[in-house]
Design a protein around this ligand. Structure first.
Ligand code: GAP
Length: 516
């Protein structure tokens, strides 16, 4: 396991702001907690991630591999509304169940997730009448409370607040001055609500979706009835989801508005475990293929006691973010959901959602077949696009003081928002004209995938450094040799090395580097 020091989140955030990857939402008004905007580079990076997901999950699912049934995998897309009938969220269990227990501090007005609050207590024995010092990990309160607890008890240990029996009167909140300020845990619903129509009363209350998955389940029957898909097949959905997270934090990692890319793969119950393993392994391979390979990425299989009652398996693809290091944070969950969601929607809506599988079932005396009717089981790879972008930025961010451009973004060429840059070495001797022709050629070929930049300002070193920070994999420079032998230099972002290639081969060279 790597012992490399984590990268500095401050440095990553600063580059993201400086180069236009990510901005604070409503920044000129002081920002708004839990909301982030993408600048020009970030918007294109996220679009490239979304499209890579779309291509590899919907258009050419699992890169054209055959599934456990020996057939090529089939998936189709839907695009469903952010606001659905409120009963959708009753059926899914989000209304009523989508809660995090919270504790409030009456003194400081701080609010904390109950399962995040830790306390310092004496290493041996009871605290008696003395305070129990609460803190939240990676907050300033941690070291402050530790010092106070050591002064009070000498040897101390740290345990979750939830493991202390009824400690409320003696608990000293993370930033409080007096004990007893924390409330008992209370449920806090994460769903944003609003009102439809002109009459602003409870009966018109609707919710902003907290996940894209339910839009798929409620359109399952329409997709089966109106297209030629046969089980096993998947339905994909991407788009914004909203959760009123109590403690949004760690840059875009836990936001209140974020984008998901989810697939529900419907299959026969007997094949569901094989499909679960198939998607679990493919999703890990996919994240590796776009640049997260290495020891910062793991697949964590949930223990049996972590699984929902209906699930026969769940795994998380986890990335070691600088703020979770040496631990990992979830990038995507792959869950075997059984037929829980279709069962719930069938029950609450009254609509018949059973699938008539005419490839299975009883053979009739006349040689025909009576289809087998069942609610398909579902495998759900549920990815977060904002967390994906964040992982790519954290992984890509590289600092090397020995380079003329010490900070650079090692983004996979498929994802890079700028695919190539063209520089005339100097703005004379016909170089700008040759560069302009090359720029037009590359732009015509690659504009669907990202930008091709032309830059003739500043020294060549500064132009390279600018492109390195933007994650542009290749810069091509037109120089004094170009007019004579039709070659340009191709400079590699990661090594800084330059090779000469024929100008007619540049487009093919860029296409090969993007791959995909
Ligand atoms: N339908 C299943 C589902 O929504 P989830 O684990 O709650 O599962 C899936 O969410 C993915 O969505 C997560 O792995 C994460 O990447 C992303 N996600 C969830 N909450 C998020 C938040 N508050 N901010 C950013 N991304 C989030």
């Amino acid at each position: 396991m790597s012992t490399a020091a984590p990268k500095s989140m401050d440095a990553i955030m600063s580059l993201c702001k400086r180069r236009g990857f990510v901005y604070q939402a409503s920044e000129i008004y002081g920002g708004i907690n839990g909301f982030w905007d993408y600048g020009p580079l970030g918007a294109q990076l996220k679009k490239n991630l979304r499209e890579a997901w779309w291509q590899d999950m919907i258009m050419n699912p699992a890169w054209g591999q055959k599934g456990p049934n020996g057939q090529r995998v089939k998936c189709v897309p839907v695009e469903t509304c952010i606001i659905q009938h409120p009963k959708v969220w009753e059926a899914s269990g989000h209304v009523g169940g989508f809660n995090d227990p919270m504790v409030d501090c009456k003194e400081t007005k701080g609010r904390y997730r109950y399962d995040h609050v830790m306390v310092y207590v004496p290493e041996a024995g009871e605290a008696g009448d003395k305070p129990i010092f609460a803190y939240v990990g990676d907050q300033p309160s941690e070291s402050k409370q530790k010092k106070k607890a050591e002064k009070t008890f000498g040897a101390i240990k740290s345990v979750p607040l939830s493991t202390i029996p009824q400690p409320w009167a003696r608990v000293m909140g993370p930033d409080a001055e007096k004990p007893g300020s924390l409330t008992e845990p209370r449920m806090f619903n994460l769903m944003f609500d609003t009102i439809t129509g002109a009459i602003r009363d409870e009966s018109n209350k609707v919710y902003l979706r907290p996940e894209t998955a339910q839009g798929i389940f409620v359109q399952f029957k329409n997709v089966v009835d109106t297209t030629r898909v046969r089980v096993p097949f998947g339905i994909g959905n991407t788009g914004k989801s909203f959760r009123n997270e109590v403690t949004p934090r760690n840059f875009t990692f836990r936001s209140r508005e974020f984008e998901q890319a989810e697939l529900e793969f419907f299959c026969h119950p007997d094949e569901s475990v094989a499909w679960y393993k198939f998607w679990r392994d493919f999703r890990m391979d996919w994240w590796k293929s776009i640049g997260l390979a290495g020891e910062n990425l793991i697949l964590r299989e949930h223990e049996k006691d972590e699984l929902s009652h209906y699930s026969q398996g769940t795994s998380d693809v986890e990335y070691r973010f600088p703020f979770t290091s040496p631990g990992f944070g979830e990038l995507e969950g792959i869950a075997h959901r059984g037929n829980y969601d279709l069962t719930q929607h069938q029950k609450v809506s009254g609509a018949k959602l059973e699938y008539n599988d005419t490839d299975r079932g009883e053979i009739l005396p006349n040689g025909g077949r009576r289809g087998e009717r069942y609610l398909p089981h579902c495998i759900e790879p549920a990815a977060g696009l904002d967390r994906g972008v964040l992982a790519l930025l954290c992984e890509g961010y590289t600092k090397d003081e020995s380079r003329p451009s010490p900070e650079f973004m090692k983004l996979h060429p498929r994802l890079a928002p700028i695919k190539a840059a063209i520089f005339p070495l100097v703005a004379k001797d016909g170089m700008p004209e040759i560069a302009e022709t090359l720029h037009a050629e590359l732009n015509a070929k690659f504009w669907r995938l990202g930008a091709v930049e032309m830059d003739e300002k500043q020294s060549i070193g500064k132009r390279y450094a600018r492109m390195d920070e933007a994650g542009c994999p290749w810069c091509f420079t037109v120089d004094g040799e170009t007019a004579k032998d039709q070659t340009v230099t191709a400079r590699n972002r990661d090594t800084g090395q330059q090779t000469r290639i024929n100008i007619s081969k540049v487009s093919e060279f860029v296409a090969n580097s993007i791959g995909g």
